[in-house]
Design a binder for this molecule. Structure first.
Ligand code: 5AD
Ligand code: SF4
Length: 478
């Protein structure tokens, strides 16, 4: 019989009705009883977007209801779940690397269960197990409710389990699912699942299915509970929050949701992501601007600076419409931080088109831009386009975009120097416990020396002293 403590084995010998420890690596019985947990442990690795982060919290909730406790390291786990992402090839490769690690662990500890969740699970279904029999179960995003059953079944019966049917109505059961949230101040709140947009490069509509919104009642019930538990900030999640509620066909939209959330006491800040320039209406901008809670930050992916590429991406807007929208957003919410996503190296992107992206960046002055090299995804229209751009050109263009954007980010941050912002304290920095950090309403990270007694969630006034490209350094003034 073996027992483990942080990857070390303790060896036991049967002794007529009981077990004696014959080798204990220098620990006394007392220490062992104190330090060794006989509970079963789980380890979850999360890849990709915030929706996966949020799903992981519900997956943890299900495992904890089964009596599992979190493992600090992979080697300690009895159940390992990889909550995967298919958005780009490199996200998938990381998962394959991790499956290799779990395979080695199973060589030493055969009882370990390995489950694949998230988008790779939904996309590849049972084929994952055919290719890699080390996987015990595959569970799509609509089956978190079934996890307890799946884990018990695989443990007891030993049969592989695959559950990947799309079951969109389940989005309205979210509030019934126990969730182990990472933070006691900030919480993710999914408001919808899926995407109807079918941008030609994107795999999301194929793996997450059609847009299905949670009802305003269900969402508000969850947020009211969070407020009672002391949460201060929530982030509403959806692939395209601006089409929230349109599937009800009763006039409900993102603006109606904002109005309802505004009435919930206790919640100080409401974030939301991701916005879509095609579906965001001026009315929604007005609702956000009028809200005392909606933050002054908008993540508004433009994806490219050339109309021809936007058309072939099937984005549904032109650069002119994008500029008009952003102008309105900035008029209604002065000082708002705007961030964006860009794809470089989309099939057929010429040097001139790439220059149009650089020009757009200089004109629009985004606070930051997350830039990705186009990654062909199986089954999407863009993957079948003929004029793919070479790796070398993609890397050079990516670097050029980052050079331009970094300069802009720095100069916008410099404009914040000397000004005072409201920051919610998030905790100590990893490097120095005397320094704390928090974010402004515009989602800018500020580091400041601890002063007096600080608690996570405290609302502070912080003056920005020095600005860098990614972070700001400041001092608490109140
Ligand atoms: N290749 C590169 N980037 C992609 N994104 C989505 N699909 C792809 C792809 N195939 C980017 C988009 C999106 C962000 C979440 O990921 O910019 O906004
Ligand atoms: Fe993908 Fe486009 Fe939907 Fe975003 S809006 S998830 S990029 S298809």
């Amino acid at each position: 019989m073996g027992l483990r403590r942080k990857g070390q084995a303790f060896h036991f010998q049967e002794n007529g009705g009981g077990y004696d420890i014959i080798k204990y690596h220098g620990y006394t019985w007392r220490t062992i009883l104190k330090e060794v947990s006989f509970d079963k442990k789980y380890f979850i690795e999360t890849y990709g977007c915030q929706m996966n982060e949020s799903d992981t919290e519900r997956i943890s909730g299900q495992l904890e209801e089964l009596g599992y406790v979190p493992a600090d390291i992979l080697d300690d786990a009895d159940v390992v779940i990889l909550n995967t992402c298919s958005i780009r090839q490199n996200a998938e490769e990381k998962v394959y690397g991790k499956i290799g690690e779990v395979k080695k662990l199973k060589g030493k500890k055969p009882g370990v269960l390995l489950g694949i969740a998230g988008c790779m699970a939904q996309e590849n279904k049972g084929k994952l197990i055919e290719r890699m029999p080390v996987i015990d179960f595959v569970i799509g995003p609509y089956h978190i409710h079934d996890l307890k059953d799946i884990v018990s079944r695989r443990g007891a019966e030993g049969s592989h389990v695959v559950m990947t049917q799309m079951n969109p109505n389940r989005v309205n059961d979210y509030s019934e699912l126990h969730s182990v949230r990472k933070s006691r101040i900030f919480a993710w709140v999914p408001i919808m699942q899926g995407c109807n947009k079918f941008c030609t490069y994107c795999i999301v509509p194929y793996v997450r299915g059609r847009e299905t919104s949670r009802t305003i009642d269900d969402i508000c019930r969850e947020i009211e509970k969070l407020a009672r538990e002391g949460y201060k900030e929530i982030t509403l999640l959806g692939q395209n929050v601006n089409s929230y509620g349109l599937d009800f066909h009763d006039g409900t939209d993102f603006g109606s949701l904002i109005h309802a959330i505004d009435k919930i006491d206790g919640i100080k800040r409401v974030r939301y992501m991701t916005s879509h320039p095609k579906d965001m209406t001026f009315g929604m901008v007005d609702a956000m601007a009028a809200s005392p809670k909606v933050v002054r930050h908008m993540h508004l992916p433009v994806q490219h600076g050339a109309n021809e590429i936007l058309r072939r991406m099937n984005r549904g807007y032109t650069i002119e419409r994008f500029k008009e929208l952003l102008k309105y957003v900035r008029e209604k919410m002065p000082g708002i931080t705007v961030t964006t996503d860009l794809i470089t190296g989309f099939p057929g992107e010429t040097e001139d088109m790439h220059e149009e992206t650089l020009t757009l960046l200089k004109e629009m002055k985004f606070d930051s831009a997350y830039t990705f090299i186009y990654s062909p995804r199986r089954g999407t229209p863009a993957a079948r386009m003929t004029n793919q751009v070479s790796d070398a050109v993609c890397h050079r263009r990516l670097q050029e975009i980052m050079n331009v954007e970094n300069e802009i980010s720095l100069s916008l941050n410099k404009e914040m120097e000397g000004k005072v912002y409201t920051v919610i304290a998030e905790g100590e920095t990893k490097q120095n416990p005397d320094n704390w950090f928090g974010r402004t309403s515009g989602n800018k990270m500020v580091i400041f020396p601890k002063a007096g007694s600080l608690s996570v969630g405290d609302i502070l006034k912080v003056r920005v002293d020095t600005a860098q490209t990614w972070i700001l350094k400041g001092t608490i003034v109140e």
